[in-house]
Design a protein around this ligand. Structure first.
Ligand SMILES: Cc1cc2nc3c(=O)[nH]c(=O)nc-3n(C[C@H](O)[C@H](O)[C@H](O)COP(=O)(O)OP(=O)(O)OC[C@H]3O[C@@H](n4cnc5c(N)ncnc54)[C@H](O)[C@@H]3O)c2cc1C
Length: 440
């Protein structure tokens, strides 16, 4: 008698549950995990997810991260995938294993040892981190907005500086409450507007020894314009808006050193600031560099072909900020944005399903729907349909609606329409009963 053949479902592992990875794994769970056609696993180094474009609001305190975060374990159990807590630090392609670093508690106690996790098909979606370009003092003295923990730490320090100055009867030293942000891209600009709003909210909550005008916010950008790569009129409109708020924007200024007290520029000028934020460019995490022979570019991104499979291993895909995918006809890589991660997740979902059915895979076509920059409650500016039918500049209410719709699309992919409506209702009421800024 023949031995019974054992069926084993294909193991699809997604590492990184961010803007791209979490959408992908949720849809894979629904489409393949539920029916048992594949075993779907998400590995992430964090236990919760927050949509990264909200981090500047968390940093300024205008958003409480707990209001908008998602528990991976709950999402997994509702959507037919498994969640594994772990930080990927290597790969064994020959044996098809993801290597995971040991896990430690906040107190330094080891919770889990170094491990490996098996896969048949792997999707790497670990996003990006800030690139300090090796400039002296940045790593030691600057804050970054790469994770929720960093954004919360920034908010905490800001609040402590305010409370200290309030107790002392006001700011006693130059730059004591000032913030210097390096990088005139969307992150730096959006953070500056949120901080401007936060300063006004804090004095309205009784920290009245500090006048909002005591706080200077500087944006330092090496390029001659803000929002490099986007239409000039958009960058001009943004500059005007920031200047009307009194934010000090310096263009063509290169920071060469950061110290405890502030930042030194190439021309020798020293800008004093207690809080220093680095938001000038990104790179993929360092562990990806030359990871088990996969091809990477100079900023550690995994080079992928048109189907988003890595160039040296068809069983490994990369999506989002950590993928270097050529934008056909443009001669540049697809930009690291939430909309790119969203579109890549959709294509890999379709390609993995085709692959399991023995069908051919599709090529990635990036559609640039434009870029929007939110200046908090003051304004939103942007250009729509950037590369589809010429760019249409939008401002104000319409721009705000389109900006908010990006996040709603992410929520729709994760929760479906019914829950998104419930979330909108609960957020409406929460905003009416909670303080407008996080005060702890
Ligand atoms: C403050 C800010 C504002 C932004 N605003 C906008 C905007 O308005 N519009 C826009 O289009 N884009 C914006 N972006 C960029 C956008 O957030 C990113 O392009 C997008 O999140 C990339 O998605 P991703 O899936 O590649 O990675 P991410 O969303 O960054 O997710 C990566 C995931 O991988 C996990 N991870 C990382 N390393 C490991 C590891 N070693 N092992 C396991 N898990 C790991 C992380 O915990 C995270 O969950 C903004 C970014 C920031 C920081």
């Amino acid at each position: 008698m023949n031995a019974p053949t054992t069926f084993r479902a294909v193991r699809i592992v997604v590492v990184g549950g961010g803007a791209g990875g979490l959408e992908l794994v949720t849809q894979l769970g629904k489409k393949l995990g539920r029916s048992g056609r594949a075993e779907i696993t998400l590995i992430d180094s964090s236990r919760t997810h927050i949509w990264k474009p909200l981090l500047h609001e968390v940093a300024a305190g205008t958003l409480d991260s707990h209001d908008d975060e998602l528990e991976y374990l709950a999402q997994a159990s509702e959507n037919h995938f498994r969640f594994v807590l772990g930080r990927m630090n290597g790969l064994d392609r020959a044996n098809k294993l993801v290597r995971l670093a040991p896990l430690f508690s906040a107190g330094g106690e080891q919770i889990m040892p170094e491990r490996t996790y098996p896969y048949d098909l792997l999707v790497i979606a670990v996003g990006s981190i800030c690139n300090d370009f090796g400039i002296p003092g940045v790593a030691e003295h600057c804050m970054f907005l790469d994770t929720t923990e960093e954004a919360e730490l920034f908010q905490n320090r800001l609040l402590e500086a305010y409370l200290r100055a309030q107790a002392a009867g006001g700011a006693s030293q130059p730059g004591e409450l000032d913030v210097a942000i390096v990088g005139g891209g969307a992150t730096g600009i959006e953070l500056s507007a949120q901080l401007y709003q936060a300063a006004r909210l804090l004095s309205s909550y009784g920290l009245d020894n500090i006048k909002p005008s005591d706080i200077k916010i500087h944006i330092l950008e090496a390029a001659p314009t803000l929002l490099a790569g986007l239409p000039e009129r958009l960058s001009r409109a943004t500059l005007q808006q920031l200047e009307s708020l009194g934010i000090d924007v310096r263009l063509g200024v290169k920071v060469v050193e950061v110290t405890e007290a502030g930042m030194r520029t190439e021309s020798g000028e020293f800008i004093r600031a207690a809080a220093k934020v680095w938001a000038a460019g990104v790179k993929a995490p360092d562990f990806l560099k030359d990871i088990d022979g996969l091809e990477t570019n100079r900023i550690n991104q995994l080079v992928v072909g048109p189907t988003l499979q890595t160039t040296r291993d068809d069983d490994i895909y990369a999506i989002g900020d950590c993928a270097a995918c050529v934008w056909p006809g443009k001669g540049i890589y697809v930009p690291p944005r939430a909309q790119s991660a969203h579109q890549m997740a959709s294509l890999v979902l379709s390609n993995l399903r085709s692959r399991l059915q023995g069908k051919s895979q599709k090529n990635f076509k990036y559609l640039d729907y434009g870029s929007l920059v939110s200046l908090g409650k003051y304004s939103t500016v942007g250009n729509l349909m950037g590369n589809l039918m010429g760019s249409v500049m939008v401002e104000g209410f319409i721009a705000r609606l389109v900006y908010l719709s990006l996040y709603k699309m992410h929520q729709l992919a994760l929760f479906g329409p019914f829950r998104v409506v419930l979330l909108m209702i609960s957020s409406f009421f929460r905003k009416r009963i909670q303080p407008k800024i996080k005060l702890h």
